[in-house]
Ligand binder design. Structure first.
Ligand code: PAF
Length: 282
């Protein structure tokens, strides 16, 4: 496995893979890798001749400076893991490599970024859009892999790929969960044992909503019940619990069996902000 730090390291390698007609898979990450990331890497290893994993904690997508400071960094362990499963290249650029100067360009994803994550984390999707565009330009993958756990990010990047005609495919990989259902996330590393147990309120609420929706209960009543549960759990602070179309993120007031839908949740458990989602009608 080779460590790539700059485009100058990568460009000749990219050219030689291009000449061999190799399919290059890119798995963009911010490190602190868990099995959810490894699922994406394994998909790439199965379908591409070359797999590049990028590890870059992108400062411009953090609307909360403390969240950025405290973002877990387990680089040595990440590299060991990636090497052990046969990754070809790890791109670990410095902040100066990605941002030689402050980016003035702003990307606006329209209605897609005015709701849920976009509403609660102003500027977040601009940072994601800029860094993912840079990674696509620098690495020039044939296919890029993203996790379904970040459902709105997937919709945003799909829009980016379509609107800017990036010549690549996107593959979305289902959310990997712990045995009790908690969605794997690098931020889980920051939960203390009590918070780890309380964090299950996210998944349990999604599951309850799914079960009740499919058995015909009204969304308004289900949502109210979930909001009450959160209010009775002092360490959990709910930001949103919404029923949406998973591509447009249009919010539904009522559930309809014939329309695609997912339920999305974001909540603070203590100081740690977690998100999750569950498809109801895929
Ligand atoms: O999902 C993430 O880890 C990040 O948002 C990404 C796509 C690597 C961009 O920094």
């Amino acid at each position: 496995m080779k460590l790539i730090k700059t485009p100058t390291d990568w460009n000749p390698l990219w050219l030689s893979h291009l000449q061999k007609n190799h399919r290059i898979g890119l798995v963009p990450t911010m490190g602190a890798l868990h099995q959810g990331h490894l699922d994406l890497v394994e998909k790439s290893l199965q379908s591409c001749q070359v797999t590049v994993v990028s590890i870059f904690v992108n400062p411009t997508q953090f609307n909360n400076p403390e969240d950025f400071q405290k973002y877990p960094n387990t680089l040595a362990k990440d590299l060991e893991l990636l090497e052990s499963i046969g990754v070809d290249y790890v791109f670990v650029p410095s902040v100066e490599t990605i941002y030689p100067k402050a980016t003035e360009l702003r990307v606006d994803f329209g209605d897609l970024e005015r709701v849920l994550e976009g509403k609660f984390r102003p500027g977040h999707f601009n940072g994601v859009g800029i860094v993912v565009s840079k990674l696509f330009h620098l690495i020039r993958p044939s296919i890029a892999f993203f996790g379904q756990k970040d459902l709105q990010q997937v919709a945003i990047i799909r829009r980016l790929v379509e609107d800017l005609s990036f010549p690549l495919e996107m593959e979305v990989v289902p959310t990997r969960r712990e045995a009790d259902g908690l969605a794997m996330s690098s931020r889980n590393l920051r939960l203390n044992p009590t918070e780890r147990k309380q964090a299950l309120i996210l998944f349990n609420s999604l599951e309850k909503a799914k079960r009740k929706l499919l058995s015909g209960e009204s969304w308004t009543e289900i949502k109210q019940e979930i909001l009450n549960n959160f209010e009775n759990t002092p360490t959990a602070q709910l930001e949103y619990f919404d029923l949406i179309h998973p591509d447009t993120f249009e919010e539904y007031q009522e559930f309809q069996l014939e329309k695609k839908s997912s339920v999305c949740v974001a909540a603070f458990i203590g100081e740690i902000r977690l998100i999750d989602n569950l498809p109801i009608i895929p």
